[in-house]
Design a protein around this ligand. Structure first.
Ligand SMILES: Nc1ncnc2c1ncn2[C@@H]1O[C@H](COP(=O)(O)OP(=O)(O)O)[C@@H](O)[C@H]1O
Ligand SMILES: [Mg+2]
Length: 245
């Protein structure tokens, strides 16, 4: 049975898709059969990040319309043998939480991890979908606006009774860290009110790799951070180190 993980944030551009791609890639490289489901309808991007823009034949829209069975619409990601992708439709398509839950239920036995990129915009559908997952990864950057949105988002999940939340702080840079590193990180964690599972550096190498659809270079600081988060998801203890790119 797979673990369903939803990656979400209050604000757009925080790195949800990048983090889904990075964690999915790290999990797959560690030998776990992993599926990424992209719910960013009309704004799909994971196909580009994995260099598959021209090879995606079907997407979630084909599953929702009944044209394709779920397993037939899932693509193998060439850069990691255990990684699979169900892309968002290129156009806006209506979807209900029940449909996504049913899709996950029907394929649960084939994957150890199903990671859902919840996409931009928080509407009740997203809340309903995220609520059904086993773990919510709340993403924030150190930007105060982003931190407040992450906090509001997380409170809403708590109010709805979902306590399985972990915080990822993305785009940490030398500028942000300075001498006040611990204070900064602690402040963010306190404000969001969610236990930390990882910190990801602002890493230009990764932006270049995902923009070109190339594998994230093995010497990238971000990849090391994704690797550590992937291990922590499996219950391993990996000490937190904050390395900037
Ligand atoms: N850790 C990071 N280091 C450098 N660039 C990043 C990082 N995380 C995200 N980005 C960049 O930020 C932009 C937005 O990321 P994206 O994953 O598309 O955000 P979202 O899915 O939340 O809208 C992209 O250009 C991406 O390359
Ligand atoms: Mg996105």
């Amino acid at each position: 049975m797979s673990k369903i993980i939803a990656v979400t944030s209050g604000k757009g551009g925080t790195g949800k898709s990048t983090v889904c791609a990075g964690i999915g890639y790290a999990l797959a490289k560690q030998g776990h059969r992993t599926l990424l489901i992209e719910l960013d309808f009309g704004l799909r991007c994971l196909d580009i990040m994995f260099g598959m823009e021209n090879s995606i034949k079907y997407d979630l829209g084909d599953v929702l319309s009944g044209k394709k069975k779920v397993l037939d619409a899932i693509a193998d990601v060439p850069m990691a043998s255990n990684l699979n992708l169900l892309c968002a439709p290129k156009t806006l398509t209506s979807v209900t939480a029940e449909q996504i839950v049913e899709i996950c239920r029907s394929i649960k036995k084939y994957f150890e991890y199903i990671i859902i990129d919840t996409g931009a915009g928080i509407n009740s559908h997203v809340f309903d979908i995220v609520e059904q997952s086993n773990l919510i990864l709340v993403l924030s950057t150190p930007d105060p606006v982003c931190v407040r949105d992450a906090s509001l988002m997380s409170d809403e999940f708590y109010n709805r009774g979902n306590k399985s939340q972990r915080l990822i702080i993305n785009k940490i840079s030398k500028k942000v860290i300075g001498d006040a590193l611990v204070t900064n990180l602690d402040e963010i964690i306190d404000r969001v009110g969610v236990q930390l599972i990882g910190v990801i550096p602002d890493d230009f190498k990764m932006t270049v790799a995902t923009g070109k659809g190339n594998p994230i270079p093995t010497d990238s600081a971000a990849l090391r951070a994704f690797d550590a988060i992937a291990k922590r998801l499996g219950g391993d203890f990996v000490p937190l180190t904050v390395k900037t790119a």
